[in-house]
Design a protein around this ligand. Structure first.
Ligand code: AP5
Ligand code: ZN
Length: 213
């Protein structure tokens, strides 16, 4: 099963994608996580991506597309994957579509996790992330067992550089300008499904499972 998660920054794409990956036994592929791992390791790619991410801008398509196509060509993606944060522009969606068509394949579901802008800024300022293992928490909704410490790997949790309110507003603008047109793109392909992302995360997941089967 090949699934794409759509939705504004902070809508809960990552939270749901991890749960889908676990239930259906497919890898969770997040371009944001790949970039953050590269930043943490000080790679050239990471240094280039950071310039854009810190401003809330998108990393250029040329860089992003190659990384994604390399990742989904790996063995563990043979039986499907859940993409989180890709595609984010029409050109990215077209490249993915072409690559899949050449393999006689296609996306099965594009799930739009719908959350109004008003809720987003609040969610982001409460998010805490583990830069070691990629786990995310929320200080009110999904707190770690021990304050400031990752349940999974014991490392320190941080507020992501791009979760500061002014950067979040910029990310929302970029989302509406460049990513929202994908809703139309996948509607036309008859694979778009919308879920209400303002519900509790377990209820959102139940709605997604009802769609995926
Ligand atoms: P990326 O990492 O993809 O960030 P994003 O899309 O902005 O999404 P987030 O990770 O911020 O949010 P999410 O929807 O996954 O929400 P989460 O589950 O964490 O990208 C970061 C940057 O990298 C981009 O700005 C760009 O620069 C670059 N980039 C990445 N991909 C790219 C691409 N393809 N092209 C170009 N550039 C790219 O949830 C948010 C919070 O809410 C958490 O605290 C969570 O615990 C909480 N929460 C989740 N669900 C619920 C719920 N139902 N109720 C209450 N709280 C909830
Ligand atoms: Zn961790």
């Amino acid at each position: 099963m090949k699934i794409i998660m759509l939705g504004a920054p902070g809508a809960g794409k990552g939270t749901q994608a991890k749960m889908i990956a676990e239930k259906y036994g497919i890898p969770h592929v997040s371009t944001g996580d790949i970039f953050r791992a590269n930043i943490k390791n000080g790679t050239e790619l990471g240094m280039e991506a950071k310039k854009y991410m810190d401003q809330g801008q998108l990393v250029p398509d040329e860089l992003t597309v190659k990384i994604l196509l390399d990742r989904v060509a790996q063995d563990d993606c043979k039986n499907g994957y859940v993409l989180d944060g890709f595609p984010r522009t029409i050109p990215q969606a077209e490249v993915l579509d072409k690559a899949l068509t050449e393999l006689g394949d296609a996306i099965d579901f594009a799930i739009d996790v719908n959350v109004p802008d008003e809720n987003i800024v609040k969610r982001m300022s409460g998010r805490r992330a583990c830069l070691s293992c990629g786990a995310t928490y929320h200080i009110e909704h999904i707190p770690p067992k021990k304050e400031g410490i990752c349940d999974k790997c014991g490392q320190e949790l941080v507020l992501r550089d791009d979760d500061k309110p002014e950067t979040v507003l910029n990310r929302l603008k970029v989302y509406h300008d460049q990513t929202q047109p994908l809703i139309d793109f996948y509607t036309k392909k008859n694979v778009l499904k919308t879920v209400d992302g303002t519900k509790d995360m377990k209820e959102v997941f139940a709605d997604i499972v009802a769609i995926l089967g």
